[in-house]
Design a protein around this ligand. Structure first.
Ligand code: NDP
Length: 254
């Protein structure tokens, strides 16, 4: 894909050090965006930023723990000070947590999953919206999950957190609809990344089970999720806000 969907736009990507976020960095740059990559692992961010610049893209990175409101503010500030404004944001940072029956799940897993996946989106949304209001609007895509639309087995905190991301998406879309800010979410099905590699390693048979529950019979490449996010961030869908787009090979449709 290379159709200049995001030409001239400045886009922040959280969780850009691996998986879907790293793929989004490549896809958004190919679509013409200047990107700011945010995550905790500086070595990964520096390497990816170097690769993007070597291909002629405009890219910066900022070390950021999305659970810290000051880090979230710094990530947005990095875009504004580096490129003059923030046009788009892909709030993608997240953790999977354990695959364990609800009554055996530890409180620590619940706390971490809610902190990163919900408060992290909350922290980023607030600063992104404030910056976009100052510069005439923008578009935001939150990364939920099919687990934000339906239950998935043995992942109660993750399912609760991703439903909350859908709630935040709808609330923010509603509040800023007349201020030039669109807020949507993608709901990926199982996508090949560090989260799923870890789940599949610790749960033999899980990958085959997921594939059998997915009409297309396979997992997604991270670039397939990034492509949907790029379109939602682009000017090609100006009347689209408050939606949750499953990118799932038909999983929630079944
Ligand atoms: P990865 O583990 O590859 O990526 C997760 C990213 O989030 C990493 O870049 C990680 O970077 C970052 N991250 C984690 N915690 C924090 C934090 N506290 N602050 C900042 N960044 C953080 O997995 P995916 O690419 O699969 O996950 C990306 C998103 O996609 C998640 O929100 C996930 O829930 C969602 N998703 C994934 C699916 C899948 O099947 N893979 C399906 C549905 C949704 P670092 O460690 O450097 O901070």
């Amino acid at each position: 894909m290379n159709s200049d969907l995001l030409a001239g736009k400045v886009v922040l990507i959280t969780g850009a050090s691996s998986g879907i976020g790293a793929a989004a960095a490549g896809v958004f740059c190919r679509e013409g965006a200047a990107v700011v990559l945010a995550a905790r692992r500086e070595d990964r961010l520096a390497e990816l930023t170097g690769q993007l610049r070597a291909k002629g893209a405009e890219a910066e990175y900022v070390v950021c723990d999305v659970t810290d409101p000051e880090d979230a503010a710094r990530a947005v500030e990095c875009a504004v000070s580096g490129f003059g404004r923030l046009d788009g944001a892909f709030n993608n940072a997240g953790v999977g947590g354990d695959r364990t029956p609800l009554h055996l799940m530890s409180d620590d897993v619940y706390d971490t999953v809610m902190d990163v996946n919900v408060r992290g989106v909350w922290n980023c949304l607030r600063h992104e919206i404030a910056a976009m209001l100052r510069h005439g609007g923008g578009a935001i895509v939150n990364n939920s999950s099919v687990g934000g639309l339906v239950a998935i087995p043995a992942a109660a905190p993750y399912v609760a957190a991703k439903h909350a991301v859908v709630g935040l998406t709808r609330a923010a879309a509603d509040e800023y609809a007349t201020e030039g800010i669109r807020v949507n979410a993608v709901a990926p099905g199982t996508t090949r990344s560090e989260i799923t590699e870890d789940w599949f390693r610790r749960n033999p048979g899980l990958e085959q089970m997921v594939n059998s529950m997915t009409p297309q019979g396979r997992t997604a490449a991270p670039e397939e999720i990034a492509a949907a996010a790029a379109w939602l961030l682009s000017d090609h869908c100006p009347f689209l806000t408050g939606t949750v787009l499953p990118v799932d090979g038909g999983f929630v449709n079944r």
